[in-house]
Design a protein around this ligand. Sequence first.
Ligand SMILES: [Ca+2]
Ligand SMILES: [Ca+2]
Length: 70
Amino acid sequence: MKKLIAVLAISAFSFTAGQAAELAEIDSDANGMISMEEAKAANITEEAFSSADADKDGSLNAEELASISE
Ligand SMILES: [Ca+2]
Ligand SMILES: [Ca+2]
């Protein structure tokens, strides 16, 4: 039941379903951000990660992740 609520909460975000699904897939600790380690596990290169990290906080949010996928 808790899981269902979480899924509904995620779908309420303004991201498209595709972006949300992709972030959730890569985000292994489910904190809503993609760390360098999580990115590497998803075959995102360090170079691609750095250039996508627009605010340079060392992690990718859904928006930054989407800029890689495009
Ligand atoms: Ca994460
Ligand atoms: Ca960032």
